[in-house]
Design a protein. Structure first.
Length: 238
């Protein structure tokens, strides 16, 4: 059975989007994973296909109805029990650990919010995992769903060319760090040369340099991640 993703959305035409290209697109065509995009309006209960209503307590905008979204979830779950993920700025920040957790299962059902969000009752009733891709607001959950799927699909067996490539990337280790800088030919370009150590053929020296550059980038650009390095070291020592 291939890894199966379902997107519940008001705009199914937004899928597969960029996931239909490059490695993810090839893997999709080869059946290494499946993607369905289902129109939430198909589960509306009235002739006008209404999916939203005004927020209780007042306020601007509209809220997705729990009964409609619940029916869409039920239909998706008929094709296999998979975790339900609601893309929302209120959710847990997406990280590589969560990506690996989702990839280890049979797939995922992604609920793409719109308007002012989704009625909290269906989130709780269905045990949805609320996930955010960052501290900013999008027009809807579809772009966030594409980001999450891209992160997952590239870890599926057979999608990437080499396992080592994925293992060396940022956030792949237990205590995540940013990746070291990369260089290629020409050796000199516009007066800038490739660091000599990378041309030395000395594998231990190259590995040491890469580690130092990764540590420097993490320390300078992501002090929050650098602090976690210390926490991990303390936990290992304890």
């Amino acid at each position: 059975m291939s890894w199966h993703a379902t997107a519940l959305t008001l705009f199914p035409e937004m899928f597969p989007g960029s996931l239909g290209q490059s490695l993810a697109g090839r893997a999709l065509r080869e059946g290494l994973w499946r993607l369905d995009a289902r129109q939430i309006r198909d589960f509306a209960l009235d002739k006008h296909r209404t999916v939203d209503d005004t927020p209780c307590g007042g306020g601007a905008g509209m809220v997705l109805r729990p009964d409609v979204v619940d029916a869409a979830c039920a239909a998706a779950l008929e094709e296999g029990d998979r975790p339900l993920v609601y893309l929302t700025p209120r959710g847990k920040l997406l990280d590589q650990a969560l990506v690996r957790d989702l990839v280890a299962g049979p797939g995922v059902i992604l609920v793409c919010g719109r308007y002012e969000g989704l009625d909290q009752r269906v989130i709780e009733a269905r045990g949805m995992r609320e996930v955010s891709i960052g501290d900013y607001v999008l027009s809807g959950g579809e772009p966030a769903a594409l980001v999450l799927l891209d992160a997952c699909v590239r870890l599926l067996p057979g999608v990437m060319g080499g396992a080592d490539s994925a293992a060396e990337e940022s956030f792949s280790a237990g205590a995540p760090m940013l990746e070291y800088p990369q260089y290629t030919r020409p050796v000199e370009w516009q007066g800038r040369a490739v660091p000599e150590v990378l041309l030395s053929g000395h594998h231990a020296a190259v590995a040491r340099w890469r580690r130092e550059m990764a540590e420097r980038a993490t320390r300078e650009r992501r002090p929050d991640l650098w602090a976690r390095q210390g926490d991990t070291a303390k936990a290992s020592a304890g």
